[in-house]
Write a protein that binds this ligand. Structure first.
Ligand code: BG6
Length: 481
């Protein structure tokens, strides 16, 4: 199959930090279909060779195992092309069409790695130029909108040019190997399904913790905040993967229909429940990984006195027969104690303990990063015959070890899916809008509340209020156990 991948924002941060390394890995693994071209588009004039040199220099910053040798880069670079475009100029899209048309490629993927405010413009111009035929797909990076209204507006303009099956909304968390494994675990094995419900599960915790601060993205982040940046998309997508009903098939729409049902079943927030069940925080100076870290308000491009949250913890419920009453705790933040993303499914303890020390319950830990894998925590006899009889042990599935040769990173996987037209891991517009609908009362309650976010020292697990919130349900965050 021949393909053209047009990368709008070809010189931007996302392109060189994530997309080019992912495309190179796909190329190195022999997964990129042959007869492909990658066309980077940006505002400045430069030749193909200038662009190749720019990317080669950037590859110097990629971790060494993923860095191409000179010879590998030469071969990869043969796929790379560059085109200058002024995205507001219809004539430039006509030129793009000619460039693409010369070859009559089977698949064209337009990847919008630009600032999101350009999405409506680019989609409308692509449509006007006739660059929206059935063989064209458009990939949209987050953030898709700022709230429900703006998300709908983007979706409306995109839909005027592209059908739903042509518009691929990326949530790169869905491309992470552990998330694939979560769905394999649930729907490829009979073992867990009977337990996957309120009768056996006490609570579920989703933690997406980052050790990094906002870095050079202070202005973007300050307009966004953790709720929009991580909860509305990544955390909610993980929640849907945990809570969804088994889909009738593995088709994209069968899966997305079930995910949408979960989003629609989430307990709606009220001003009172926001005050009780949502904790927002902002980091102050502290120590991360043994190094001093400045506070959020001292970061570059963050306005003085900003009340943007860099941490959110919240409690919600999925209101249906399977999950009624089971708390789902979500937590994310920057400058936390470690880069640590995981989902913990805490099972109920045995109904009648007969062993001393058997009060601990089983749990399933789905680890997303820094390593991915799966741990099933059980209790086993220690064998000493005195004191506590039981001790926690766990079955540890190390996917890296099991499938090392076949594993691909999140962006690599999603780019290959976009080229192949596999839509399972992309977010449908109705899912995305429903996620906005659910977070809006929180945004509104915060806008109406003058009190600032709770401070937490960089390098900790966030404000103590986050632990107090889950303690009301008799729970503790996993790493505090
Ligand atoms: C992005 C957010 O979507 O995800 C960033 O905009 C965040 O703020 C990043 O750092 C985290 O992704 P990952 O894959 O490094 O956990």
């Amino acid at each position: 199959m021949s393909f053209d991948l047009v990368l709008f924002g070809g010189t931007g941060d996302l392109a060189w930090r994530k997309l080019m390394p992912a495309l190179f890995q796909a190329f190195r693994h022999g997964k990129l279909p042959a007869h492909g071209r990658i066309l980077a588009v940006a505002r400045d004039a430069r030749s193909d060779d200038d662009y190749r040199a720019l990317i080669q220099a950037r590859f110097g910053e990629v971790e060494s195992a993923k860095r191409p040798s000179n010879e590998e880069f030469e071969r990869f670079a043969a796929l790379l092309h560059y085109r200058r475009m002024d995205l507001s100029q219809p004539a430039d899209y006509v030129g793009l069409k000619q460039w693409l048309g010369e070859r009559g490629t089977q698949t064209v993927v337009m990847y919008l790695a630009t600032s999101p405010h350009l999405f409506p413009l680019v989609c409308a111009q692509l449509g006007a130029a006739g660059l929206n035929g059935p063989h064209v797909r458009v990939v949209l990076e987050k953030p898709l909108g700022h709230d429900l209204r703006s998300a709908r507006e983007i979706n409306r303009v995109v839909a005027a040019a592209f059908g739903e099956h042509q518009a691929l909304r990326i949530d790169h968390y869905l491309g992470k190997p552990s998330v694939q494994n979560l769905s394999a675990l649930r729907f490829g094995n009979a073992l867990f399904e009977p337990l996957w419900r309120r009768e056996s599960i006490a609570n579920i915790q989703i933690t997406l913790a980052e050790a990094i601060g906002v870095g050079t993205r202070g202005d973007f982040y300050d307009r966004t905040g953790a709720l929009r940046d991580m909860v509305q998309n990544h955390a909610l997508q993980l929640l849907t993967m945990i809570a969804m009903e088994p889909p009738p098939t593995h088709d994209a729409d069968a899966i997305r229909d079930e995910k949408l049902k979960v989003l629609k079943s989430l307990k709606a927030f009220t001003p009172e429940s926001v005050a009780r069940d949502v904790v927002r925080g902002q980091y102050r100076a502290g120590t991360v990984d043994g190094k001093a870290a400045i506070g959020y308000l001292d970061e570059a491009k963050v306005p003085a006195g900003s009340t943007t949250e860099t941490f959110v913890a919240l409690r919600t419920e999925v209101q249906n027969w399977r999950w009624a009453g089971v708390p789902f705790f979500l937590r994310t933040g920057k400058r936390l104690a470690a880069r640590h993303a995981q989902i913990v499914v805490n099972f109920r303890p045995v109904p009648h303990p007969i062993f001393p020390g058997s009060a601990r319950a089983n749990k399933l830990v789905i680890k997303l990063q820094p390593e991915d894998g799966l741990e099933l925590h059980l209790l086993a006899a220690k064998g000493s015959g005195h004191g506590d009889w039981l001790a926690p042990v766990f079955l540890d599935l190390d996917f890296e070890k099991a499938f090392a040769a076949e594993r691909v990173g999140a962006y690599e996987r999603l780019l290959l899916d976009a080229i192949a037209g596999r839509l399972n891991l992309f977010v449908r517009s109705d899912e995305q809008e429903q996620a906005w609908r659910w977070v809006e009362p929180v945004l509104q309650a915060w806008a109406d509340d003058a009190s600032p976010p709770r401070p937490y020292a960089a390098g900790t697990w966030g404000p103590p209020a986050a632990s107090a919130m889950i303690a009301r349900d008799g729970c503790v965050w996993d790493e505090e156990q």
